[in-house]
Design a protein around this ligand. Structure first.
Ligand SMILES: Nc1ncnc2c1ncn2[C@@H]1O[C@H](COP(=O)(O)OP(=O)(O)OP(=O)(O)O)[C@@H](O)[C@H]1O
Ligand SMILES: [Mg+2]
Length: 352
């Protein structure tokens, strides 16, 4: 049950929340919409669900044009960013709700609810009220409720957003296993890079109402399409006119092809990490991240000469944006504003 979105544009007044978005979600995949707050993730999901009408563009679900089909007839299961269960109904009745309004036979509903509660490991909680569940249990109930009507696609808007880090980690692995069992085409929203990289088959990076990049976790990480994607995935540092990751900087004791000469500024050991700051004359400081035991870093002293070389992806920094405040690209490690993103090409590849 694939999803195809073509030329989707959504405005709120004069504000463009989605700007000509194209997206294909392959049947049976678990796809993450990843991006910063306000980027348009929820809006995109709501348009696919039919809860919001786009100003332009089409939504095709399972090879059927759904653009004008009302939400209730799209066969879409949805878990909202701020999920509110029916507080006065038991867990079982919450899960049964969609089936009851579809007037399915009582025995069928009872069997399906049992099956779903088993799937989300809530068999023992069927008769409780939602207020008597933990946050993680409530989210699992929400998923069971969305799955009850056997949707063609499942749309999850930050399903674990409100939970603490440990429970989130547990639930994202659980979501992966659940998906492997039921195989329903699933799109989930997150602004957590690790969550997307760990569980998704495919990641769609959304920013400023546009899709910055689509790819598998490895493709996104190894070949970030532009500065925005690279910075969004973690710390970066400037080296030789490009942007690299601090742990992708190799430290050499002598000049070699492609290496830039630098002077050691400081070296700190923090836990298992070794953090080097080296100064490249005429271009500024480079952050290097290695391990505590790395022989190339171990005996360095401030003032030593070293040569630095990128061993991972190198991305061209975006050109400064005219009229933007300060009109310079953000400093290394700083988040990049929406306006600063561009589709600069990747220069380097990843070594084999
Ligand atoms: N009903 C609305 N009226 C006006 N503006 C809206 C409306 N809904 C969303 N927006 C704006 O559209 C932009 C995208 O919002 P959206 O909720 O899709 O972002 P998001 O990526 O889901 O963010 P978050 O990670 O914070 O949930 C935001 O700037 C938001 O303020
Ligand atoms: Mg949102």
């Amino acid at each position: 049950m694939s999803i195809q979105v073509r030329g989707l544009t959504k405005r709120f007044g004069s504000f463009v929340a989605l700007d000509d978005v194209d997206l294909t979600v392959r049947s049976g995949t678990l796809t993450a919409l990843l991006g910063p707050s306000g980027g348009g993730k929820t809006t995109l999901l709501r348009v696919v669900a039919g809860l919001e009408q786009a100003d332009a563009g089409t939504v095709v679900i399972d090879d059927r044009d759904a653009t004008r089909v009302p939400a209730r007839r799209r066969d879409v299961g949805f878990v909202f960013q701020h999920y509110a269960p029916f507080g006065h109904l038991s867990v079982a009745r919450n899960v049964a709700f969609g089936l009851e309004i579809r007037k399915r036979p009582k025995a069928e509903i009872a069997a399906r609810v049992d099956e779903l509660l088993h799937l989300v490991h809530l068999e023992a909680f069927a008769d409780r009220l939602p207020s008597e569940l933990s946050g993680g249990q409530r989210q699992r109930m929400a998923l069971a409720r969305a799955l009850a009507v056997e949707p063609k696609v499942l749309l999850l808007d930050e399903p674990f957003g409100a939970l603490d880090a440990t429970v989130r980690k547990e639930l994202r692995q659980w979501l992966r296993r659940l998906h492997d069992e039921v195989h329903v085409t699933t799109v989930f929203v997150t602004h957590d890079q690790a969550e997307a990289l760990e569980v998704a088959d495919e990641i769609v990076v959304v920013n400023g109402g546009r899709v910055e990049q689509v790819g598998t976790p490895d493709e996104i990480y190894d070949r970030p399409a532009n500065e925005f994607v690279m910075r969004f995935l973690g710390p970066t540092t400037a080296l030789g006119g490009g942007l690299v990751r601090p742990h992708d900087v190799e430290v050499l004791g002598s000049a070699e092809p492609g290496a830039v000469e630098a002077e050691v500024g400081s070296l700190r050991r923090v836990g298992f990490e070794a953090r080097l700051v080296a100064h490249v004359p005429g271009s500024g400081d480079v952050d290097v991240l290695g391990s505590r035991s790395d022989p190339a870093l171990r005996d360095l002293r401030p003032g030593d000469r070293v040569w630095l070389r990128a061993v991972g992806p190198v991305v061209d920094p975006s050109p400064p944006v005219p009229d933007a405040e300060g009109s310079e690209a953000a400093a290394p490690g700083e988040p990049v504003g929406v306006a600063a993103s561009s589709r600069a090409p990747v220069r380097g590849g990843v070594p084999a």
